[in-house]
Design a protein around this ligand. Structure first.
Ligand code: SF4
Length: 501
């Protein structure tokens, strides 16, 4: 950090001013509302803890002409919420491109035989042609559903993930869904997640939640014997096996996970969800809607939890246990104690290699806040964070995680992010594939924090050692010592000037 500034707050405020100064007036005014520096304020609660405030405008349309890394509503529904439900076939309904170019981008692990009883990594499309746009595609959609019934008799249902043209030409996919569900005695769910709806993938999550409410719940007589310790894990998509690592912990403390939405999930898990006693929300952003609905309609309470890093794991397990009383609380303390030597071993190993390292994050969902303490548990510091598609309630929750002076950026443009990284030069950036290579070309270590860079799990105690190892591998990789061209180093040490630029 520049020595000209007394603290991070001043330096980060200057970075924001520099970035905005390069924009035309109107764009600068609009973007200024999405960038800020966290300040401290007293919590109004009993403890009067100091929390940070990182209020920015969010969930607003991106400025045309700047590079944003947001997705569309179809991506939010098909790619996040519905796609991982493994025993259903999810049709990308419309032209081939939307499904083809988003095919298997997420690493939602599952157990099953692909193409026989599970279909997550397969790509199904109705492959709209010009005639379908002109004359309508409902007949074609019926044919596709008939083919699926014939080719994949063990599939337990079909979802229709609408791409933009479906809404534009006004096809009646609800009528098709009703007709085919009756004919094949199966579940067919029409999802109106056309990409033009909303400002990001976030509305797609909401629409997908509503489709579960309207087309799955209460549709069948669900055969299921509920128990007093039944919980649903909501909003864990099992990236790199995260949901499995979380399930292990919840079962160890004595709970029964009767549904995991939606990583490695079956349709039956979604159908029986309203019979559980508690909903545990991992990704609040993508699944709070259906959790609120289950609370209102079926009286199931919900709570958020965080299984990244030992501090949050222990705190979350204790909060969850409180809901079930002394027996589960007792088991929980034993589980936390049992893992403590493992936690100490991991922290002791990696703390000397990672402490003091400064990290910038730019991710989606819940991770811009939830992973912060996992880094801090290893001695690292978060100097900047932001959401691709966060809402006001995400930033409000972020205030409990970040320190004063943290740079906050909402729907950050490629230009802004590059300038912030150039200015801060953190020891690590955690973001997505589109950011990875430009950041590495700047000579800064990088980890993909959407896909865990093909690693994982990062949840639970199982995830801790993998997370720590991956951050260490990125930051302390010897390749960063080879970043400067050798001839430049030779010339510099010989006191000569280089002819190369
Ligand atoms: S915005 Fe429309 S056309 Fe583009 S990927 Fe999303 S659904 Fe497809």
């Amino acid at each position: 950090m520049s020595l000209k500034y007394d603290n991070d707050s001043d330096f980060h405020a200057k970075l924001i001013a520099d970035v905005l100064s390069q924009y035309p007036g109107k764009a600068a005014k609009r973007r200024s509302k999405h960038l800020s520096v966290a300040t401290s304020e007293k919590d109004a609660g009993e403890d009067a803890n100091t929390i940070s405030e990182c209020e920015v405008k969010s969930n607003i349309k991106s400025v045309p002409g700047v590079m944003t890394i947001r997705g569309c509503a179809y991506a939010g529904s098909k790619g996040v919420v519905w796609g991982p439900i493994k025993d259903m076939v999810h049709i990308s309904h419309g032209p081939v491109g939307c499904g083809q170019y988003s095919w298997s981008q997420r690493r939602n692990y599952y157990v099953g035989l692909t193409g026989i009883d599970t279909f997550v990594t397969m790509q199904f499309t109705s492959d709209f042609q010009e005639k379908d746009i002109v004359f309508g595609g409902d007949k074609k959609l019926e044919k596709v559903i008939d083919e699926i019934a014939e080719l994949f008799p063990l599939s337990n249902g079909v979802s229709l993930q609408s791409e933009c043209p479906i809404g534009l030409i006004g096809d009646d996919i609800e009528a098709v869904a009703r007709k085919k569900a009756k004919e094949h005695t199966t579940t067919v769910v029409p999802v109106r997640c056309e990409g033009f709806r909303g400002v990001s993938q976030s509305l797609g999550h909401h629409i997908a939640n509503d489709a579960i409410r309207d087309w799955v719940f209460d549709k069948k007589d669900v055969k299921f014997e509920p128990g007093p310790y039944d919980v649903n894990v909501i909003g864990d998509y099992n990236i790199g096996g995260d949901a499995w690592a979380s399930r292990i912990l919840l079962e160890e403390i004595g709970l029964r996970v009767v549904g995991n939405w939606s990583g490695d999930a079956t349709l039956a898990e979604v159908e029986r969800a309203p019979r559980a006693t508690l909903n545990l929300i991992h990704c609040y952003r993508s699944m709070n809607y259906i959790s609120r609905h289950m609370e209102e309609k079926y009286g199931i309470p919900w709570m958020e939890y965080n299984f990244f890093g030992p501090s949050q794991i222990a705190a979350s397990l204790r909060d969850i246990a409180k809901h079930f009383g002394p027996e589960i609380e007792d088991k929980t303390e034993k589980v936390i104690a049992r893992y403590q030597p493992f936690v100490s071993a991991v922290v002791d190993k990696y703390w000397p290699r990672l402490s003091g390292k400064r990290v910038m994050l730019y991710i989606g969902g819940l991770r811009p806040r939830h992973v912060i303490t996992a880094y801090e548990d290893l001695g690292m510091e978060i100097v900047g964070t932001g959401y691709e598609f966060g809402h006001g309630d995400d930033y409000q929750r972020t205030g409990h995680y970040v320190n004063e002076g943290t740079l906050i950026y909402d729907d950050v443009t490629s230009y802004e992010l590059e300038k912030f990284i150039e200015g801060i030069r953190p020891d690590l950036v955690g973001s997505g594939i589109k950011e990875k290579y430009p950041v590495q070309k700047m000579g800064i270590p990088f980890r993909q924090m959407h896909s865990w860079d093909y690693s994982g799990p990062y949840h639970g105690y199982d995830g801790l050692s993998i997370f720590a190892r991956d951050m260490d591998m990125a930051i302390n990789n010897p390749v960063w010592g080879l970043y400067d061209a050798p001839w430049k180093n030779d010339r510099a040490s010989a006191g000569g000037s280089s002819m190369r630029t």
